[in-house]
Design a protein around this ligand. Structure first.
Ligand SMILES: [Zn+2]
Length: 126
């Protein structure tokens, strides 16, 4: 999936999230617009770090199926969903609103891993 695909998928997930949580949690919808850049960066940053060209040389040597390494893995997805997002939400509500930037960045990252897992044949590492 290319950049545009990741952004479209991410924005759809973000809209869905908004409509699901708006009935339960009082918040300002402007927050979703303010932190949209962080979210969009999060949507593409795994491919920027774990680039096909950059890791191609190690593919055979390390025995990976494709260019996706740790930052695309199921383990990292779990770390995002179990630790990074909840901790950043707690910090955002208790300490400072700017921690929402971390939440949105890694939420975008999580949608990237999801879309790579479901829409590509090679899938993601464990
Ligand atoms: Zn990717």
């Amino acid at each position: 999936m290319n950049r545009k695909g990741h952004w479209i998928f991410g924005i759809l997930v973000l809209c869905l999230t908004y409509f699901i949580i708006q009935d339960h949690i009082p918040f300002d919808y402007k927050m979703f617009i303010v932190f949209l850049p962080e979210f969009l960066i999060g949507c593409i940053i795994p491919d920027e770090i774990e680039n096909v060209k950059k890791t191609f040389d190690f593919e055979g040597f390390l025995g990976f199926r494709n260019h996706r390494l740790y930052l695309h893995s199921k383990r990292f997805l779990k770390i995002i969903l179990i630790y990074i997002i909840p901790v950043s939400l707690i910090l955002a509500y208790q300490v400072d609103m700017k921690y929402f930037a971390v939440t949105f960045l890694f939420y975008g990252w999580a949608t990237h891993i999801f879309s790579d897992a479901y829409f590509t044949k090679s899938g993601i590492p464990t």
